[in-house]
Design a protein around this ligand. Structure first.
Ligand code: SF4
Length: 478
């Protein structure tokens, strides 16, 4: 059952909702603001039943919070004081304090860049954002590691999206189409990708290409010859001498074959991902991943045999029905396989996914990750000698947890770091891909601008020239 949060000033909607959802993950909280269809003027007076009401005064220097029959006065910075008021009411604190953005390590990164000491950064996180000591240490640790890598980069990166998958996972909210019904469009789709690549090569001539990431979807749903078409187009049009990382997300074991792995390895792909999500078969069945746990182990071993020395695995914590012993089982299998990097996700239920419907149908009010399951995975990472190197939080992730990428020294995923810290431009190619231009204004402040390709594969192919024009405008290459 939904419960409302009435907020009279819509500019506080995101932060207020994010903070309350983190304190009360079991509740289905919905905002009601003057911009919301449900809003009727006068709701400020409590005439609608709500979980909480935040009435911000006009000068935005003070507010009143109504929660659990109490009225609490808020003064000063609304976001800061709101967090403190709810924390006091709930009788606990949040590990990330009042930080609601998806990139909490960016603060540490930027402060290190500005020459601030670790002591200053710790203090800043503590007093401005109420972040726990553990998360502060993690953020500084990651930011230092990221900076060492970013300092060596000189140019830009390319992302290529292959939006096809063998089947659709229950929790999926990415651009993904079942390959079986899209097979007939694949060659034309690749023609479009190659046209975008040629435009990029021409427009970024003379600039160093640092990394290439082919993601999706599942790129390995393509046949070996199709994978080779993309790789050849890259090699023919770009100078690969500066490339630090070339990743292909192999992703699902049901799309991986020996021939495809060989094609990738023999043609210079340096890093791949073979993602189990969980090694519990009943969970995999439930979330609609057709590959079995055994298939993933086989695909991983095949990749090692082919020669790959940088293999990432992704796992998700908080999957429906998973207990601590299930997570421990996944951790044990991972320790045996010993991937070079591991990305630990906390399940985020996006409104667009079938999982959100599934939850409603089954009457499950919430699926929660716990600190204990997170600790199981952290411990496994320590055992495998993997260090945290990037971190992000997702909106609506279960609990208030973060997603962390761990890797062995020298195997940190460069593209992942770039996505988090937003320090260089990324040209994104293919349906649903978002390009990002990172530049600086006269004051030296970072400016980030984006443009998105349409998600629908057929529309993307029809409107390709328009997509390229958008990129021309974004990157000023007209
Ligand atoms: S493999 Fe990834 S992109 Fe494909 S359906 Fe599953 S979650 Fe979505």
């Amino acid at each position: 059952m939904s419960e409302y949060i009435v907020i009279n000033n819509p500019s506080y909607e995101y932060d207020v909702l994010a903070i309350l959802k983190s304190f009360y993950p079991e509740k289905n909280l919905k905002p009601m603001t003057p911009l919301n269809k449900l809003w009727v003027p006068g709701y400020e007076d409590g005439s609608v039943e709500s979980f909480a009401r935040l009435i911000v005064d006009e000068d935005e220097r003070s507010a009143r919070l109504f929660i659990g029959g109490k009225e609490i006065s808020i003064n000063g910075s609304i976001k800061k004081a709101f967090y403190q008021a709810v924390s006091e009411y709930a009788g606990r604190t949040l590990p990330w304090g009042n930080l609601t953005g998806i990139r909490p390590t960016k603060i540490a990164y930027n402060l290190i860049e500005s020459g601030e000491s670790s002591e200053y950064i710790r203090n800043y996180y503590r007093t401005e954002h109420f972040v726990s000591d553990e998360k502060i240490a993690l953020s500084i640790d990651i930011a230092k590691r990221e900076k060492a890598i970013i300092d060596e980069l000189k140019g830009y990166s390319i992302y290529i999206g292959i939006p096809f998958c063998p089947s659709t996972c229950l929790y999926c909210s990415f651009t993904s189409y079942p390959i079986i019904s899209y097979k007939k469009y694949v060659e034309d789709y690749l023609d479009c990708v190659i046209k975008e690549l040629k435009w990029t090569a021409e427009s970024f001539k003379g600039k160093a290409l640092d990394s290439v990431y082919i993601g999706g979807g599942t790129p390995t749903t393509l046949e070996p010859a199709q994978l080779l078409r993309i790789i050849n187009a890259l090699k023919d049009n770009f100078d690969f001498s500066s490339i630090r990382e070339f990743t292909v997300e192999a992703g699902r074991a049901d799309s991986i074959t020996e021939e495809k792995l060989k094609t990738l390895y023999d043609n210079g792909v340096t890093r791949i991902s073979v993602n189990p999500q969980s090694f519990n078969q009943s969970t995999l069945d439930l979330i609609g991943r057709k590959a079995t746990a055994e298939d993933t182990i086989r695909a991983y071993e095949l990749a090692r045999k082919t020669g790959f020395d940088n293999i990432n695995m992704d796992v998700i914590l908080g999957l429906p029905g998973e207990t601590e012993s299930d997570v421990q089982h996944t951790a044990d299998v991972l320790c045996k396989l010993s991937p070079d990097s591991l990305t630990v996700h906390s399940l985020a239920i996006k409104r667009a996914s079938s999982m959100s419907k599934w939850i409603e149908e089954k009457g499950i009010s919430s699926i929660k990750n716990t600190d204990d399951t997170m600790q199981i995975m952290y411990k496994a990472c320590r055992e495998m000698d993997l260090k945290p190197y990037y971190l992000y939080r997702q909106k609506d992730s279960s609990g208030s947890f973060e997603n962390v990428g761990y890797a062995r020294e020298g195997k940190f995923g460069i593209y992942n770091i770039l996505i988090m810290e937003e320090v260089q431009s990324i040209v994104a190619i293919g349906a649903g891909a978002t390009s990002k231009r990172v530049s600086a204004n006269e004051k030296g402040e970072t400016i980030i601008e984006r443009c998105e390709n349409v998600k629908d594969v057929k529309l993307y192919m029809e409107q390709l020239d328009e997509m390229i024009e958008r990129k021309e405008k974004l990157f000023d290459t007209l």
